[in-house]
Ligand binder design. Structure first.
Ligand code: BTN
Length: 325
């Protein structure tokens, strides 16, 4: 019933809806409406109540739940939402084994054991960010999986530009940086069966509402958030819904082999192209220039002797771009 009440209140947002009208429309008692409104307020909705005369929903609050994601979900992607999980990537993995859906989003209010690349932890034990994972089941060879991570990075940059007006860049293959600091991390994990992808999970963590002092000392100097970049408290539901849309577009781009669009977008958002970078491979550091990516999403570099080389993710670590380490 809560969702139906929200439907009615959203349809007349910022204006008074009489309690009687809600009762009539839903065929329930005034007490039932009042009880459900109380629960919505406890969830964080800003609903003003006029002593039995009616209710007004104010739209400035940041409530994140399945309803808020679904109501903005243009593509009707299947969405699973949990208030608290250990890691959306872990939950996604369990779902991926069972589901027959080709594209599913798993999102959480907070993660108690957010996972980063190279076995690191990812700071997300708070309700300040967008923490989600996409489960994709494409019929595709595993060699193309890196392109999904690249396309996901493009989807994040697009979303942050469209919704928050922030210009970000991709530090190949999966860090999103704003003004030299990390605003988002991406972790893709894949399972393969007889030479084909069984499922790929792409986890995305965007820092949204954190203030500088709210980051742990370990990442305080290298991390940033949407709030720190804009001074505004954007709603996580708005960002996550736009991301869900852009991510589905990105997925289609890779699935349909639309490389021209991927390359065009890569050039638009790359923070590495044309830059001198340090590559760390098997403990050795090489200084090269980043040229771009190839059709598999591998990083293409050129050295002082004019020799070109392509690198896969996992094979190397990239350092020394725009101040972000
Ligand atoms: C990195 O920067 O090392 C990658 C970070 C990926 C974090 C996201 S948050 C949602 C999803 N669930 C996880 O446990 N990790 C990813």
């Amino acid at each position: 019933m809560k969702n139906k009440i929200l439907d009615i209140l959203y349809a007349s947002m910022e204006s008074n809806v009489s309690g009687q009208a809600i009762c009539r429309e839903l065929g329930v008692s005034r007490t039932a409406v009042w009880k459900n409104v109380k629960m919505l307020v406890a969830q964080g909705y800003d609903i003003e109540s006029f002593g039995g005369k009616g209710y007004t929903l104010h739209g400035k609050t940041d409530v994140l739940n399945k309803y808020e994601i679904d109501r903005r979900n243009k593509f009707h992607v299947s969405v699973i939402y949990k208030e608290v999980v250990d890691s959306t990537n872990m939950l996604a993995r369990n779902i991926a084994i069972e589901t027959i859906e080709e594209f599913t989003m798993v999102a959480a209010g907070k993660q108690t054991r957010g996972r980063g690349r190279l076995g690191r932890d990812f700071e997300s034990d708070n309700k300040k960010g967008v923490w989600c994972s996409f489960i994709m089941k494409p019929r595709m060879v595993p060699e193309k999986a890196l392109l999904i991570t690249i396309a996901a990075a493009i989807a994040v940059c697009k979303t942050l530009l469209e919704i928050c007006g922030i210009k970000t860049g991709i530090k190949w293959p999966n860090d999103i940086i704003a003004n030299g600091k990390k605003i988002c991390g991406i972790l893709s994990e894949m399972s393969c069966e007889t030479g084909a992808i069984e499922y790929i999970i792409t986890g995305i963590g965007i820092n949204v509402l954190q203030k500088k002092e709210e980051f742990s000392p370990e990442i305080e100097k290298t991390a940033t958030s949407v709030f720190m970049e804009t001074g505004r408290e954007y709603r996580r539901s708005e960002i996550i819904s736009a991301l869900c849309y852009n991510m589905q577009e990105a997925y289609k781009m890779v699935k349909n082999g639309n490389y021209e669009t991927i390359m065009k977008n890569w050039k638009k958002y790359s923070a590495t192209d044309g830059k001198t970078i340090r590559i760390i491979k098997n403990g050795k550091t090489i200084i090269v220039q980043a040229v771009g990516i190839d059709e598999k999403g591998r990083l293409v570099t050129i050295n002082n002797n004019g020799e070109k080389e392509s690198y896969n993710s996992g094979e190397i670590s990239v350092r020394g771009i725009m101040g972000y380490i």
